[in-house]
Design a protein around this ligand. Structure first.
Ligand code: 48F
Length: 255
């Protein structure tokens, strides 16, 4: 019995890992924008793997605001909530509230159900850079990073990579720091996030969602971090719409 349990887990995990050594799209970060992007890409028949450094994907969505587990979404993004069968209620004007735990778990459930493979406890520390293009990611276990262990990583090849790492825009920063290149931003560099301005930030999150270097796209708060946009706090319509936009851009490119 003990051997069956261990063998079942080891065999099926390694099968999953081997199947995903090369993917169409590798998504770094399991926040709302990354999860929504993964779902729409998988729905279009693409092979998608999502890497999350924490135990649970969901990023900044579980906690609502100040741990009040409710979030706000505006009318424009309701079609995405409907697609994920998420329940919401009207609050005021064009704004709706929803339970953040219900919403986050629904994003994860429908992403995986549509064929996305999620690798949790996995940190992406670099990209594969060939012919002046991002063509994969460099990964290791999160505890290896946390303990500063001197252990070499492995690589996953991908036709497109999404930096969905939130406020840190970790992948874009690493790419810029290591390679003396120009990003597709106003300064050619990671411009850094600005202070809070909800309306402006919600709009620019979607506008700033784009390919910032051949092979590397940004979504969600990483888009604003890279292009110098504002932060917005616990309103999530922009994050969801950004995930949908980056999926559409990549699907069009890979067609
Ligand atoms: O920050 P996060 O939720 O990303 P998002 O999709 O959404 C932002 C909102 O949650 C919120 C906001 C409001 O509207 O401003 O912050 O832009 O999730 C990013 C995820 O990426 C993971 C991190 O643990 C988090 O779950 N992550 C960050 N760096 C890495 C990573 C990395 N190098 N490798 C793997 N995962």
């Amino acid at each position: 019995m003990e051997q069956i349990v261990s063998k079942g887990i080891v065999d099926s995990y390694f099968e999953k890992l081997k199947e995903n050594l090369s993917v169409d799209v590798a998504i770094v970060g399991g926040g709302p924008s990354g999860l929504v992007a993964s779902y729409y890409l998988a729905q279009k028949g693409l092979k998608v793997a999502l890497y999350e450094r924490k135990l649970a994907p969901g990023g900044g969505m579980w906690g609502g605001a100040m741990m009040f587990n409710e979030i706000v979404v505006q009318k424009e993004a309701l079609f995405i909530l409907d697609e994920f069968h998420i329940t919401y209620k009207h609050f005021e004007k064009d704004y709706y509230t929803l339970d953040s735990v219900h919403a986050t778990s629904a994003l994860i459930y429908h992403a995986t159900k549509s064929g996305v493979t999620i690798f949790n406890c996995t940190s992406i520390e670099d990209v594969v850079f060939q012919d002046n293009k991002v063509c994969g990611i460099v990964l290791n276990w999160s505890p290896v990073h946390r303990e500063h262990m001197h252990v070499d990583p492995l690589f996953i090849m991908a036709k497109a990579v999404i930096d969905g790492t939130g406020h840190d825009c970790d992948i874009a920063r690493t790419l810029e720091r290591k390679n003396n290149i120009k990003l597709n931003t106003a300064t050619g560099k990671v411009m850094g996030e600005r202070s809070l301005s909800v309306d402006e930030a919600e709009r620019t999150t979607v506008e700033n969602t784009k390919e910032i270097f051949p092979g590397l796209y940004v979504s969600g708060m990483a888009s604003n971090g890279v292009s110098g946009g504002f932060r917005m706090g616990p309103i999530f319509g922009g994050m969801l719409l950004s995930g949908k936009k980056v999926a559409d851009l990549i699907a069009e490119k890979l067609k």
